[in-house]
Design a protein around this ligand. Structure first.
Ligand code: SAH
Length: 256
């Protein structure tokens, strides 16, 4: 039998806990998931692991659940941040969804010099990541920070968090061989061998459709704790680059 559907709730979860669903969650459970009184659900809140529950009573605009037992203890995702410059709406939404599936702990949209896309609304980003987390079986939600200028984010940067700056010009395909940097996978593997602890807190930075401006590239490369890396000889779209970079990070030093 298929496992019961998963629902994110804010409430604390423990055995025998009673839970009242608000109108929106109740609509989702009854009309979207088509669950009835007596049916089972799985609940998670980002803190207490995953719990089984069943619907004890249901009305049109509300439903009452009873929590029974824990089905999975709490495990978090590795400490990986994704910083991305907003791109076209559907692609930014894709980035948030995939970052959630790929286990980003925090997502920080950053406004760069060549960012032209309008930022997504905070509520929209929260909804996308919640739905992706429900679907992908993770036990927490990523923290989605409000959009901020890249400059400000870098000014307050925690130097103990290594920032992998995905530089589309890093492969040095053009005349500028000076700017050659190592591929992300190689950089991670070298660090893992030499100083694995520094990878415990990492971040990936992906630019907008127009790429990074030369000033940004220079500023980034001069910062301590920033490593410029490439994702190979082909220029990827920002959404592809985000998925590719996170996949490489998870497979070399994350939880894959
Ligand atoms: N218009 C730019 C490309 C931007 S691609 C140009 O033609 O130069 C969007 C973002 O994806 C880039 O800013 C970078 O962060 C990332 N990216 C895409 N391909 C990449 C690659 N081969 N190596 C490193 N980063 C890449």
């Amino acid at each position: 039998m298929k496992a019961p559907p998963r629902l994110f709730v804010e409430d604390a979860l423990c055995a025998d806990q009673k839970l009242i669903l608000d109108r929106e969650a109740s609509h989702y459970v009854q009309n979207v998931m088509r669950r009835r009184v007596g049916d089972a659900l799985r609940l998670f809140n980002g803190r207490d692991g995953e719990w089984l529950a069943h619907i004890e009573s249901a009305e049109r605009k509300t439903a009452q659940l009873r929590v029974t037992s824990q089905s999975r203890p709490m495990v978090g995702v590795p400490d990986l941040f994704l910083l991305f410059a907003p791109v076209k709406k559907a692609r930014s939404e894709f980035i948030i969804e995939k970052a959630t599936e790929l286990g980003a702990r925090t997502v920080q949209p950053v406004i760069t010099m060549r960012t032209i896309a309008k930022p997504l609304r905070d509520e929209r980003m929260a909804l996308i990541s919640r739905e992706a987390a429900e679907q992908t079986e993770r036990l927490d939600l990523p923290t989605i920070l409000p959009h901020a200028p890249l400059e400000n984010v870098l000014k307050d940067w925690d130097e103990n968090r290594l920032l992998f700056f995905c530089d589309e010009e890093g492969a040095g395909a053009g005349e500028n061989k000076e700017s050659q940097v190592s591929p992300l996978r190689q950089c991670l593997q070298d660090l893992k061998r030499e100083a694995p602890d520094v990878l415990a807190k990492s971040a990936i930075l992906i630019g907008p459709e127009g790429g990074f401006a030369p000033q940004e590239r220079d500023a980034l490369r001069q910062l301590r704790g920033v490593r410029a890396v490439t994702l190979g000889p082909r220029i990827l779209r920002a959404d592809t680059a985000a998925v590719a970079a996170m996949s490489v990070w998870q497979s070399v030093c994350g939880d894959w």
